[in-house]
Design a protein around this ligand. Structure first.
Ligand code: ADP
Length: 144
Protein backbone atom coordinates (compact mmCIF):
# COMPACT_ATOMS: atom_id res chain seq x y z
CA UNK A 1 0.00 0.00 0.00
CA UNK A 2 2.85 2.38 0.76
CA UNK A 3 5.28 3.36 -1.96
CA UNK A 4 7.39 6.01 -0.34
CA UNK A 5 8.15 6.12 3.37
CA UNK A 6 10.01 9.02 4.97
CA UNK A 7 12.00 8.43 8.15
CA UNK A 8 13.57 11.59 9.62
CA UNK A 9 16.59 10.87 11.80
CA UNK A 10 18.28 13.30 14.18
CA UNK A 11 21.93 12.25 13.95
CA UNK A 12 22.90 14.54 16.82
CA UNK A 13 21.12 12.18 19.17
CA UNK A 14 23.73 10.12 20.96
CA UNK A 15 21.83 6.99 20.16
CA UNK A 16 19.43 6.21 17.36
CA UNK A 17 15.86 6.14 18.57
CA UNK A 18 15.67 2.39 18.37
CA UNK A 19 11.95 2.01 18.82
CA UNK A 20 11.33 3.26 15.29
CA UNK A 21 13.26 0.38 13.71
CA UNK A 22 10.61 -2.40 13.97
CA UNK A 23 7.92 -0.04 12.66
CA UNK A 24 9.98 0.92 9.64
CA UNK A 25 10.85 -2.71 8.99
CA UNK A 26 7.24 -3.83 9.25
CA UNK A 27 5.97 -1.18 6.87
CA UNK A 28 8.80 -1.59 4.41
CA UNK A 29 8.61 -5.36 4.29
CA UNK A 30 4.85 -5.52 3.77
CA UNK A 31 5.17 -3.16 0.86
CA UNK A 32 7.36 -2.52 -2.10
CA UNK A 33 8.07 0.81 -0.49
CA UNK A 34 11.20 2.82 -0.90
CA UNK A 35 12.44 4.11 2.46
CA UNK A 36 13.92 7.62 2.52
CA UNK A 37 16.04 8.58 5.51
CA UNK A 38 16.56 12.29 6.08
CA UNK A 39 18.74 14.18 8.48
CA UNK A 40 18.58 17.96 8.73
CA UNK A 41 21.53 20.08 9.74
CA UNK A 42 20.16 23.09 11.58
CA UNK A 43 21.17 26.25 9.73
CA UNK A 44 23.63 28.87 10.97
CA UNK A 45 21.15 31.19 12.71
CA UNK A 46 20.57 28.31 15.09
CA UNK A 47 24.24 28.29 16.06
CA UNK A 48 24.38 32.04 16.44
CA UNK A 49 21.47 31.94 18.87
CA UNK A 50 23.69 29.70 20.94
CA UNK A 51 26.47 32.28 20.66
CA UNK A 52 28.65 29.82 18.82
CA UNK A 53 29.01 31.47 15.45
CA UNK A 54 31.84 33.77 16.45
CA UNK A 55 33.64 31.56 18.91
CA UNK A 56 33.96 28.47 16.75
CA UNK A 57 35.19 28.49 13.23
CA UNK A 58 32.49 26.70 11.30
CA UNK A 59 33.82 23.96 9.07
CA UNK A 60 32.71 24.26 5.50
CA UNK A 61 29.05 23.33 5.01
CA UNK A 62 29.98 20.80 2.33
CA UNK A 63 32.17 18.93 4.80
CA UNK A 64 29.46 18.99 7.43
CA UNK A 65 26.93 17.63 4.94
CA UNK A 66 29.32 14.92 3.82
CA UNK A 67 29.94 13.84 7.42
CA UNK A 68 26.21 13.91 8.18
CA UNK A 69 25.45 11.73 5.17
CA UNK A 70 28.09 9.17 6.19
CA UNK A 71 26.66 8.98 9.68
CA UNK A 72 23.12 8.63 8.31
CA UNK A 73 24.29 5.83 5.97
CA UNK A 74 25.74 4.05 9.01
CA UNK A 75 22.54 4.45 11.03
CA UNK A 76 20.39 3.33 8.10
CA UNK A 77 22.21 -0.03 8.10
CA UNK A 78 20.70 -0.77 11.51
CA UNK A 79 17.31 -1.01 9.81
CA UNK A 80 18.51 -4.07 7.88
CA UNK A 81 16.62 -3.23 4.71
CA UNK A 82 17.86 -4.20 1.25
CA UNK A 83 20.13 -1.41 0.05
CA UNK A 84 18.16 -0.95 -3.17
CA UNK A 85 15.11 -0.03 -1.09
CA UNK A 86 16.73 2.80 0.81
CA UNK A 87 17.85 6.30 0.00
CA UNK A 88 19.56 8.80 2.32
CA UNK A 89 19.19 12.57 2.20
CA UNK A 90 20.78 15.54 3.95
CA UNK A 91 19.24 19.01 4.11
CA UNK A 92 20.08 22.24 5.87
CA UNK A 93 17.61 24.50 7.63
CA UNK A 94 14.74 24.00 10.02
CA UNK A 95 14.19 20.25 10.63
CA UNK A 96 10.41 20.45 10.52
CA UNK A 97 10.35 22.53 7.32
CA UNK A 98 12.85 20.31 5.57
CA UNK A 99 11.04 17.13 6.64
CA UNK A 100 7.77 18.47 5.23
CA UNK A 101 9.49 19.67 2.06
CA UNK A 102 11.13 16.33 1.34
CA UNK A 103 7.85 14.54 2.12
CA UNK A 104 6.29 16.52 -0.72
CA UNK A 105 9.10 16.08 -3.19
CA UNK A 106 9.34 12.28 -2.77
CA UNK A 107 5.57 12.04 -2.63
CA UNK A 108 5.74 10.33 0.75
CA UNK A 109 2.66 8.30 1.63
CA UNK A 110 3.84 7.62 5.20
CA UNK A 111 6.16 9.41 7.62
CA UNK A 112 7.52 7.42 10.58
CA UNK A 113 8.88 9.66 13.33
CA UNK A 114 9.83 9.29 17.00
CA UNK A 115 7.78 11.43 19.37
CA UNK A 116 10.86 12.98 20.99
CA UNK A 117 14.43 12.28 22.00
CA UNK A 118 14.50 9.22 24.27
CA UNK A 119 16.35 11.07 27.04
CA UNK A 120 14.04 14.08 27.07
CA UNK A 121 10.68 13.35 28.62
CA UNK A 122 9.53 16.91 29.33
CA UNK A 123 7.52 17.02 26.13
CA UNK A 124 5.22 14.24 25.04
CA UNK A 125 5.68 15.39 21.48
CA UNK A 126 8.82 17.26 20.42
CA UNK A 127 8.50 20.44 18.39
CA UNK A 128 9.57 18.87 15.10
CA UNK A 129 7.37 15.82 15.56
CA UNK A 130 4.43 18.07 16.48
CA UNK A 131 4.83 20.27 13.41
CA UNK A 132 5.12 17.25 11.12
CA UNK A 133 1.95 15.71 12.59
CA UNK A 134 0.14 18.99 12.16
CA UNK A 135 1.22 19.94 8.65
CA UNK A 136 2.00 16.71 6.78
CA UNK A 137 -0.23 15.84 3.85
CA UNK A 138 0.13 12.09 4.45
CA UNK A 139 -0.36 9.77 7.43
CA UNK A 140 2.25 10.14 10.18
CA UNK A 141 3.16 7.27 12.47
CA UNK A 142 4.44 8.67 15.78
CA UNK A 143 6.49 6.07 17.61
CA UNK A 144 6.67 6.23 21.37
P1 ADP B 1 13.01 16.65 20.66
O1 ADP B 1 12.87 18.12 20.85
O2 ADP B 1 12.73 15.82 21.88
O3 ADP B 1 14.32 16.27 20.01
P2 ADP B 1 11.85 16.50 18.06
O4 ADP B 1 10.45 16.76 17.66
O5 ADP B 1 12.90 17.47 17.63
O6 ADP B 1 11.86 16.27 19.62
O7 ADP B 1 12.34 15.09 17.53
C1 ADP B 1 11.46 14.04 17.27
C2 ADP B 1 11.85 13.40 15.97
O8 ADP B 1 11.88 14.41 14.96
C3 ADP B 1 13.26 12.79 15.91
O9 ADP B 1 13.33 11.49 16.46
C4 ADP B 1 13.46 12.75 14.41
O10 ADP B 1 12.71 11.72 13.82
C5 ADP B 1 12.85 14.08 14.00
N1 ADP B 1 13.92 15.11 13.97
C6 ADP B 1 14.22 16.02 14.92
N2 ADP B 1 15.30 16.77 14.54
C7 ADP B 1 15.68 16.29 13.33
C8 ADP B 1 16.74 16.61 12.41
N3 ADP B 1 17.63 17.57 12.65
N4 ADP B 1 16.82 15.90 11.25
C9 ADP B 1 15.93 14.92 10.99
N5 ADP B 1 14.94 14.57 11.81
C10 ADP B 1 14.80 15.24 12.97
Amino acid sequence: MYNSILVPIDISETELTHQVIPFVQAHAVMNTARVHFLTVIPSLPYYSTLGLAYSIEMPKMKEIQHAALSKLDELAKQFKLPSEKIQTHVATGSPKDQILKLADSINADLIIIASHRPDISTYLLGSNAAAVVRHARCPVLVVR
